[in-house]
Design a protein around this ligand. Sequence first.
Ligand SMILES: *[C@@H]1O[C@H](CO)[C@@H](O)[C@H](O)[C@H]1NC(C)=O
Ligand SMILES: *[C@@H]1O[C@H](CO)[C@@H](O)[C@H](O)[C@H]1NC(C)=O
Length: 230
Amino acid sequence: MVNMKMSCFLWGVLIVIVLCSAYLGEGKKLETTPTPWPEQFHSVLYINNSGSLQVTDLWYDWSKGRNFNIIQKQLGRKLYDLEWNNGTSFYYYLDKDECKRMHFDVGILRPNWLEGAKYLGMKYVDGFLCNEWEKVDFIWYYEDAITNRPVYWRFFSGMSVHVMTFEVGAVLEDAEWQAPIYCFDKAVAVEDLKEKTKASPVKGYAPLYPYFHKRLLSGFNEHNIFTIDS
Ligand SMILES: *[C@@H]1O[C@H](CO)[C@@H](O)[C@H](O)[C@H]1NC(C)=O
Ligand SMILES: *[C@@H]1O[C@H](CO)[C@@H](O)[C@H](O)[C@H]1NC(C)=O
């Protein structure tokens, strides 16, 4: 009788363990990787770069191999950061003829650029219940646990990005992707930033690498037209 009870109990324990591990295994499988970015989307991003604020229109277009950040600095100028997957990036303003052309070996972010990130659990961010990941001490990324849309990400540098809109499938017309003519005019500066590009710990992340951005923008002299080719 006692033996019978004992073995029933043990079977019960065993079943519970099996069910629990199946459940946990399933949960883990769902959350180990952030959802890949859609091949085309438009997002309005509210960005705080160590206290300096900007609203960025992000047009991500992997299908056509291009990425556009239109950056409105608070009460400041509007910077156009146009990146092609062949490695060419243009940084320009339209209020004055200023353009900087750069080459990155890595191209634009791939849709699965967050693959390999470490899952850290769930957390409320900006009022949304999110799954949290961290990738190589470089970025902390938060995705809505229910809709799987990105909500927020933060770089080790302190730059934080809040996703205000996320329109999957939205595409900017081709004509808008044409860099102004003065981007092709002159060949002035020679500054090869390839080595620094490689220093980015996330492959394909170079164009948005914050350290890089800082350098870029601080080196953006009025009246200067740089052309940087490899
Ligand atoms: C921007 O970030 C800084 C920290 O880098 C913080 O002190 C400040 O409150 C933030 N400002 C806004 C408007 O979010
Ligand atoms: C990359 O593509 C853009 C847009 O078509 C073009 O303007 C640029 O010259 C290309 N760069 C290279 C290195 O081919």
